[in-house]
Write a protein that binds this ligand. Structure first.
Ligand SMILES: NC(=O)c1ccc[n+]([C@@H]2O[C@H](COP(=O)([O-])OP(=O)(O)OC[C@H]3O[C@@H](n4cnc5c(N)ncnc54)[C@H](O)[C@@H]3O)[C@@H](O)[C@H]2O)c1
Length: 463
């Protein structure tokens, strides 16, 4: 639960006074005793734990590794004492980095729960389709859970996890990492201090980038709804969550359109083949040539950076020949949409329009927030706040909005989230956590309902 503190206290807590230029000081001075809601100041203070909290990583891939590095950097707060991961090279990497005893190393998540509870919490960082079963079992056994998004593959499963957490008094944190970035915290703080008045509407764009999209959502783990979740849930639940978190209001109506327009068989060029390295006649000219992206230009990591470090030509070529990343983007089994729009009406008739776009040369979320007294324009690098009355603007640069976790992934969100979650578990108080499962269910609900709308020709859905 957010804690109410005065604006003066908030600024002191955040240590942002030095970042505020004189012009903003002037216009904020006009704002009387507005109340600001922020996560508890625990979020910003280092606390010495008497003992570190112990953790088992379930799914030792990219995300599991990113969270585990928190333990290396903050050994007083967190210790990784177990891992479940089918790929040996990844298991070994965890074992060596965290000195995990042999009896706590498992090939699959089920084996963790064959042992009596032996850690304070588990991090579930398996693929989307493998969130539900381990989360339910972990809670049943009394573990607290840090669960990767999307929470689960259906709304019903999300509700079951929530109920299971209530029944067993387990704290469940959802990895909505953007909530913990200094950039989005600044955006929310500007809104909550009243600097732009009442928010009337939000326009939010997630430009995924065409190569990123082809990697993750055409060739990779998030390409197929049944094997994963719709891209609105797997990728953009973050965005729906940020919109909900910024507005702090319930959504009451939603409608959505979107489809897979480009990465499908209809656009497959003459002479193309199932594999870029398997006799494709147009490979050398193709924007999405796997050889070009992963091998020649090294534009994207072919699979798991942790497996392929250092760069190994033979291994990479083998991965392209045999694995999904060498598949033709026009002849794969992908079905998730490459563009989608979601229109939302919130309480007080505040509106939000969200777009998820695959076909962009750039990335970095673009947000425009329109208020009665001013507006905000942000692109994750710069955040410009303008005041209609004074005609003044101030721009905050992401690189200057820092906290002690800024160097971690997702603009500081990865370790900021862990810090927040660990405090909640340590104090057995979920109100110290921002992205609780209860809170995160709001945006997942919008996501599942938006999908219902999209699958029904954009039908307006009342929530
Ligand atoms: N919060 C975020 O910003 C963010 C970013 C990227 C991905 N994610 C989410 O994190 C999750 C993991 O993504 P990732 O990129 O780390 O994927 P990944 O493929 O790198 O990691 C998943 C790991 O789970 C392992 N695994 C498979 N079956 C298993 C089993 N039975 N038991 C235990 N482990 C098993 C895989 O071998 C793999 O190493 C996904 O749900 C994804 O949507 C979240």
């Amino acid at each position: 639960m957010a804690k109410k503190i005065s604006r003066r206290e908030a600024i002191k807590t955040l240590g942002i006074t030095s970042l505020i230029a004189p012009s903003l000081m002037n216009f904020t001075a006009n704002i009387s005793d507005k109340i600001i809601e922020l996560p508890s100041e625990l979020y910003y203070q280092n606390i010495d734990f008497i003992e570190p909290l112990t953790c088992v990583i379930i799914g030792g891939g990219n995300r599991g590794w990113a969270y585990a590095t928190f333990a290396e950097q903050n050994p007083n707060m967190m210790k990784v004492i177990g891992v479940a991961e089918p790929v040996k090279i990844r298991r070994d990497k965890f074992k060596d980095a965290h000195n995990i005893p042999e009896e706590n190393i498992f090939e699959t998540w089920e084996q963790v729960f064959e042992k009596p509870k032996f850690a304070d919490f588990v991090i579930i960082s398996t693929w989307d389709r493998l969130h539900y079963a381990p989360a339910m079992k972990a809670l049943e056994m009394g573990y607290n859970v840090l669960l990767e998004k999307a929470i689960a593959q259906s709304w019903e499963q999300c509700q079951n996890i929530l109920n299971q957490s209530k029944k067993n008094n387990g704290i469940v944190g959802i990895c909505h990492v953007l909530r913990y970035t200094p950039y989005f915290n600044k955006m929310r703080e500007v809104i909550q201090t009243g600097e732009i008045g009442d928010v009337i509407s939000i326009q939010h764009l997630e430009p995924i980038g065409n190569i990123h999209f082809s990697h993750s959502f055409v060739r990779g783990n998030w390409r197929n709804e049944k094997e994963s979740t719709p891209s609105l849930l797997s990728k953009s639940c973050h965005d729906l969550d940020i919109i909900y978190w910024l507005l702090d209001k319930k959504c009451k109506q939603v409608s959505s359109f979107g489809s897979l327009n480009y990465f499908n068989k209809a656009n497959s060029p003459m002479g193309s083949a199932k594999k870029c390295t398997g006799g494709c006649e147009v490979e050398s000219k193709c924007t999405y040539s796997a050889k070009r992206i992963y091998f020649d230009k090294k534009e994207w990591g072919v699979s798991h950076l942790i497996d392929l470090q250092p760069w190994d030509s033979e291994k990479v070529m083998k991965a392209l020949n045999e694995g999904p990343y060498g598949n033709c983007v026009f002849q794969n089994d992908n079905d998730v949409v490459d563009h989608q729009i979601v229109n939302m009406v919130f309480e007080d008739n505040t509106t939000a329009a969200f777009s998820m776009e695959a076909h962009t040369s750039y990335s970095g979320r673009r947000t425009r927030i329109m208020g009665t007294l001013g507006d905000i324009i942000g692109d994750e690098n710069n955040l410009t706040v303008s005041n209609f009355n004074t005609r003044e603007s101030i721009t905050f640069q992401s690189s200057e909005l820092k906290n002690q976790f800024s160097s971690s992934g997702h603009g500081g969100g990865d370790h900021g989230l862990l810090f927040n979650f660990l405090n909640a578990v340590y104090h057995n108080d979920s109100s110290l956590l921002s992205s609780t499962i209860e809170n995160s269910m709001e945006s997942h609900y919008i996501g599942f309902k938006a999908e219902e709308s999209r699958n029904n020709n954009g039908k307006l859905i009342n929530l």
